[in-house]
Write a protein that binds this ligand. Structure first.
Ligand SMILES: C[S@@+](CC[C@H](N)C(=O)[O-])C[C@H]1O[C@@H](n2cnc3c(N)ncnc32)[C@H](O)[C@@H]1O
Length: 312
C-alpha cells in the first residue's frame, strides 16, 4: 500500500511507532537556497543542522534494527561542506555503513577504458548543470550516505550486481555468484532527458526513481518492509516502491508536489494490479504543530526567506 501525506515530516514521523520502518530513502532540502514552492531553503546553518538532528532522531527511532537510511545530499561549489555537515549530524544517531557516489554524468576515455570494453570513441554521458567558473569544476555527482542502526545491516549486493567482464580467471566464483559482482559504490544514474522542465519535472531538486530502486534492491527486497520518504518531492521513491511492489509512506509540505507524486505513480504502473493507495490523504492528515495546518490549503514553512531559483 502507498500512502501520501501533505504534512511536516517531523510531525508525521513522530506518529510512527518505534522500529516500524524497514528503509528510509530520502533527500532533504540542502539549505542551499533552492526555490521550492512552499519550503524556504535558507536557514541559518546552525538551525538547519538542529532541524536535521531532529528529523534524523525520529528516523533512527522508527527504523528496525536491521534497517537502512539512504540519505542523498548534494552541495554547491560555494558551500561545499553541506553534505558532510549533514552526514555529521546523523552521526550521533546511526552508523555510516556505506558512502555511495551518485554519478550523474561521466566521461570515459576510450584509451583508459581499454580494448576489452569495445568502446570505439571517448564517451561522455549523462546530464549536469554546467558551472561557468575559473575555479570550480562542473558538479557531476552527489552523495548517497547509507546509515544503519548498528553498521551491520545485511545487504543483497548481487541484486544490483554487474556481470564480470573478465571471465578468464573466475570460473568457479562466477558460477557461485550467478556471474555478478558487487557494483561498488559509484552508481551512474543519469537524469531522464526531458523537453520541458515545467511540464515534465516541475520541481527544482529531484533524483531519478532508479536511485531509490537501487537502494531498495541493495537493502534486499525481502527485508524491506515499510519504506518511508519524509521529503517526497515528486515521488521518485514512491515510483520505485510502486514498481517494486513494496509498502510506502511519503510526506511533503507541498500539496502540488504530493499530487504530482501520486500522478507519477499512477503513470509508472498504469494497469498494474499492485497499485493500492491508502485512504485519501485528508482523512489521515495529522495536526501540524509547527507549520500551520496543511489540511486547509498550503502549509507554510516555519523557516527562512525566499531566494533565487537554484537547480541542482
Ligand atoms: C530535495 S526535495 C526531495 C525531492 C525528491 N527526492 C524527488 O525525487 O522528487 C526536498 C523536499 O522536501 C520538502 N520539505 C521541506 N521541508 C519539509 C518538511 N518539514 N516536511 C515535509 N517535507 C518537507 C520540500 O517541499 C521538497 O519537495
Amino acid at each position: 500500500m502507498l500512502r501520501f501525506f501533505v504534512a511536516d515530516s517531523l510531525d508525521l514521523l513522530a506518529r510512527l511507532p518505534d522500529r516500524s520502518v524497514g528503509v528510509v530513502v530520502t533527500s532533504p532540502p540542502y539549505n542551499l537556497g533552492i526555490r521550492y514552492r512552499t519550503y524556504r531553503d535558507t536557514l541559518p546553518r546552525r538551525d538547519y543542522l538542529a532541524w536535521t538532528d531532529a528529523w534524523v532522531r525520529q528516523v533512527a527511532r522508527v527504523l528496525g534494527p536491521a534497517g537502512s537510511l539512504f540519505l542523498n545530499v548534494g552541495a554547491k561549489p560555494t558551500d561545499p561542506w553541506t553534505a558532510m555537515d549533514v552526514a555529521q549530524a546523523v552521526r550521533p544517531h546511526l552508523h555510516l555503513q556505506n558512502t555511495i557516489h551518485w554519478v550523474k554524468s561521466i566521461a570515459i576515455d576510450r584509451e583508459a577504458a581499454g580494448e576489452g570494453t569495445g568502446l570505439d570513441r571517448d564517451l561522455a554521458v549523462g546530464h549536469y548543470k554546467p558551472i561557468n567558473s575559473e575555479r570550480f569544476l562542473n558538479d557531476c555527482h552527489e552523495f548517497v550516505f547509507h546509515f544503519s542502526p548498528t553498521g551491520r545491516t545485511p545487504l543483497d549486493r548481487r541484486a544490483i550486481g554487474v556481470p564480470y567482464q573478465d571471465t578468464s580467471n573466475i570460473g568457479r566464483w562466477r558460477a557461485a555468484a550467478g556471474g555478478l559482482r558487487c557494483r561498488g559504490n559509484t552508481w551512474f544514474i543519469p537524469y531522464e532527458t526531458i523537453q520541458s522542465r515545467e511540464k515534465d519535472r516541475p520541481h527544482p531538486a529531484t533524483f531519478p526513481p532508479r536511485m531509490p530502486e537501487f537502494c531498495l534492491r541493495l537493502h534486499g527486497l525481502a527485508r524491506v518492509g515499510l519504506v518511508v520518504d519524509p521529503f517526497l518531492g515528486l515521488g521518485s521513491t514512491a515510483v520505485a516502491c510502486a514498481t517494486l511492489g513494496v509498502d510506502f509512506v511519503g510526506i511533503d509540505l507541498d500539496r502540488s508536489y504530493v499530487e504530482e507524486a501520486e500522478a507519477r505513480v499512477r503513470r509508472a504502473i498504469a494497469g498494474s494490479p499492485r497499485l493500492d493507495f491508502g485512504e485519501p490523504e485528508p482523512a489521515r492528515q495529522p495536526h501540524d504543530r509547527s507549520a500551520g495546518t496543511a489540511r486547509h490549503g498550503q502549509p507554510r514553512s516555519p523557516r527562512g526567506s525566499r531566494r533565487r531559483m537554484n537547480d541542482r
